[in-house]
Ligand binder design. Structure first.
Ligand code: MLT
Ligand code: MN
Length: 304
């Protein structure tokens, strides 16, 4: 099974369009151009031909151009993106559905009923798509059971409900329930190898241990280094935790948590443009290297 990281940044990407911080400036023009990242998405395939797009980023058009495995190889209007799975209804994870509206067939979408509800009400993309290609939504369970999307042979998914946050436009924002945000255990049914993927992870509950301890690869939320980082770098008050993201540093941060799984390949995804790890010369990046925790990049491949 192949996993391709299409976009390794959080919402806004790196550099972000209106960010004039020294790091974003450098990513546009100077030392950090190699660190540029598009917004959060991966693709998974069992056979190397039919791909499951996990999250549809606003950058999907560029991501397809940059990743030849996703180029159409069939009829004059066709795609090797065979299905789409969504982990929540956040802008950076679903807006790309609008860019796929030229599809000849209704888009096959796997998401929880909570995410579907958001996408029919607060951010009614699925309603808008009715005027274009339409969609065919299959509900993802949140009871620990698995699904094997028929469109993507050789990929098994187990959705894992997470404590994070539904987006501000969601009718569920202040009344969280399982299914607002999920992680995915992505499994190769032929050899049993597994990756756990969670770009938005605000709190680590006991129930996650079971899934993480079974994973050969852990790809998790690396949005910020500290909780107050966004407020310090760009102003305002929002903390990472309030936005549903566990910071990396600190005694109860993501790095400390990952230390319980030294045997797994550990990779950070969904990296915000305020995060100091975006600078390869930073002390924070050196610390990750010491701990053998990887920073994902656009175009990175993971084989399972
Ligand atoms: C998030 O992950 O918290 C959101 O994607 C933030 C955003 O881009 O609005
Ligand atoms: Mn996000």
């Amino acid at each position: 099974m192949h996993i391709r990281i299409l976009g390794s940044a959080a919402g806004g990407g790196f550099p972000q369009w209106n960010c004039n911080s020294p790091r974003c400036r450098e990513a546009r023009a100077g030392r950090l151009t190699g660190e540029r990242r598009t917004q959060s998405s991966i693709a998974v395939s069992g056979n190397g031909r039919d791909w499951l797009l996990i999250n549809a980023s606003p950058d999907i058009r560029q991501q397809i151009i940059d990743n030849p495995v996703l180029h159409p190889s069939g009829e004059v209007r066709s795609s090797n993106i065979a299905a789409i799975a969504l982990m929540d209804s956040q802008i950076d994870h679903v807006t790309g559905l609008l860019m796929l509206r030229e599809s000849r067939d209704p888009l096959p979408i796997y998401c929880t009923s909570r995410t579907e509800e958001d996408l029919r009400t607060g951010f009614p993309i699925l309603e808008i798509l009715k005027h274009y290609c339409g969609s065919r939504v299959a509900s993802l369970p949140v009871d620990g059971s698995s699904v094997q999307p028929a469109e993507v042979p050789g990929v098994r998914l187990t959705p894992v409900p997470l404590t994070s946050k539904a987006p501000p436009y969601s009718p569920h924002r202040e009344s969280p329930e399982p299914g607002d945000n999920i992680g995915l255990l992505i499994e190769n049914p032929d050899n049993g190898r597994r990756a756990f993927y969670a770009p938005g992870l605000g709190e680590i509950g006991e129930h996650l241990h079971r899934w993480l301890s079974e994973a050969d690869v852990i790809m998790v939320d690396g949005t910020t280094w500290t909780d107050d980082e966004m407020a310090r770098v760009v102003g305002g008050r929002k903390t990472a935790r309030e936005m549903g993201h566990l910071p990396l540093d600190g005694p109860d941060g993501m790095i400390a948590y990952l230390s319980a799984y030294p045997a797994a390949r550990r990779i950070l995804v969904h990296i915000n443009n305020t995060n100091p790890i975006l600078d390869p010369a930073s002390a924070e990046r050196a610390r990750l290297q010491e701990l053998d925790i990887e920073v994902s990049r656009d175009g990175m491949d993971i084989e399972l």
